[in-house]
Write a new protein. Structure first.
Length: 149
């Protein structure tokens, strides 16, 4: 049976959030959290808007999902994020005990994979979902940012 609710479907929803960040002049990273094929949280970077270095898309999504579920643990939840999580966000996913992380573009300098950040032992990781689309949005943002300066 083919389900329309696959990783690509949900990553497209995260990309919509990244576009919202882009429109606000934020680094275009979007995240959603899914519980039993239902989107329970949507978020994007708000570090500039809130002048808060911790206001990453993932952190905003974790807070919204925990509020929705009424508890701090995000078991049976999947995080879809357009850019590989940093150490802070990966660490938060550890404490939230999220089941699965799916990301689009890799972050070779600050991502959790190369920095060897520990995830929760039960967390599964899928990388490269819509990687081209996720990377292109980030590249476009930084090219435009550099041309303005």
């Amino acid at each position: 049976m083919i389900t329309p609710f696959d990783d690509s479907y949900f990553m497209k929803k995260a990309l919509q959030e990244a576009e919202a960040a882009y429109d606000k002049g934020e680094v275009p990273v979007g995240a959603i959290i899914v519980h039993k094929n239902q989107i329970i949280a949507r978020a994007h970077n708000l570090t500039e808007t809130l002048t808060d270095v911790t206001a990453h898309a993932e952190m905003q999504a974790f807070t919204a999902a925990a509020d929705f579920l009424g508890g701090k643990y995000l078991k049976e939840c999947v995080l879809y994020v357009t850019l590989e999580p940093c150490q802070m966000c990966a660490g938060a996913s550890y404490w939230a005990q999220i089941d699965k992380i799916v990301y689009g573009a890799s972050e070779l300098e600050r991502g959790f994979v190369n920095l060897k950040t520990t995830l929760h032992p039960k967390t599964k990781v899928v990388s490269g979902v819509l990687e081209k689309e996720c990377s292109q949005l980030l590249k476009r943002f930084f090219v435009e940012k550099r041309n303005l300066n």
